[in-house]
Design a protein around this ligand. Structure first.
Ligand SMILES: C[S@@+](CC[C@H](N)C(=O)[O-])C[C@H]1O[C@@H](n2cnc3c(N)ncnc32)[C@H](O)[C@@H]1O
Length: 234
């Protein structure tokens, strides 16, 4: 059976023809195709703070809380579903209105939403060794046997991009899921990557920040599985 999903150029053209980078505060929207590949973080954020990327940022709960708490970290939320991109923008807008946040104060200037496919973004736009952390919370488990080939952790190009783009010596990968079988598969696949070593999942900072799916599943009483990996010096 094919292990890798069919992420070919046609797929990318189809799913990424509307790829955009959205600045939530200024509401500036730039087509991804107009930006350098690989991107220049310093130019994008106009600062030199470290960059963390959430893959599949969904409704944006983690992105909002983490970026508010750590104003000197740049956050990128990569989400391919337009519906969730819109919900995330609304979440930030509501928060800004509710708390009377002055848009010129710098709050949330450390956030960009990227509407695109994560494989496409990581393999083309993310510079080598430029990411302090990846957050992958509740990746789609594709539970049906014949759909499992779509699992993001089965994509070898994605795994290669993930490991190349993490900072050497200290770059972290945070994973949370409710799906036991997929969790085991992820651990097995990552065990085959010598540049990543598992570390104590208790070392995950901001574990009080829950995503939409985490809240939902915790309320349902489902067990939640967590893993943290660190890139070793190469
Ligand atoms: C199960 S939801 C989890 C959302 C969020 N992380 C949470 O925990 O609430 C998975 C999300 O990943 C997004 N997604 C799945 N595959 C993706 C890909 N290849 N690129 C970008 N987003 C993706 C989906 O659109 C969806 O919003």
């Amino acid at each position: 059976m094919r292990e890798n999903p069919n992420y070919n150029e046609i797929y990318y053209q189809h799913t990424t023809s509307h790829s955009q980078v959205i600045d939530i505060v200024t509401e500036q929207i730039i087509p991804l195709s107009e930006l350098d590949a690989p991107m220049n973080w310093e130019r994008l954020f106009r600062n030199t703070y470290p960059v963390e990327i959430e893959i599949g940022s969904g409704k944006g709960r983690f992105l909002l809380e983490a970026s508010k708490r750590h104003s000197k970290v740049n956050y990128i939320g990569v989400e391919r579903a337009q519906k969730y991109v819109e919900l995330t923008r609304e979440r930030f807008e509501k928060h800004i209105r509710h708390f009377g946040i002055d848009k010129t104060s710098g709050t949330f200037s450390n956030v960009r939403l990227v509407r695109t496919d994560a494989n496409y973004f990581l393999t083309r736009y993310v510079p080598e060794m430029s990411v302090q952390a990846y957050h992958i919370y509740f990746p789609d488990p594709w539970p049906r046997k014949r759909q499992r080939k779509r699992r993001i952790f089965r994509n070898q190009d994605f795994l290669a991009a993930l490991t190349h783009t993490l900072n050497s010596g200290g770059g972290r990968l945070y994973i949370v899921t409710d799906h036991e079988e997929y969790f085991q598969e992820i651990q097995e696949r990552l065990a085959g990557l010598s540049v990543l070593r598992p570390i104590d999942a208790g070392l995950k900072p901001d574990s009080d920040i829950t995503t939409h799916y985490e809240m939902k599943y915790v309320l349902e009483g489902r067990p939640i599985y967590r893993a943290v990996y660190e890139k070793v010096l190469s």
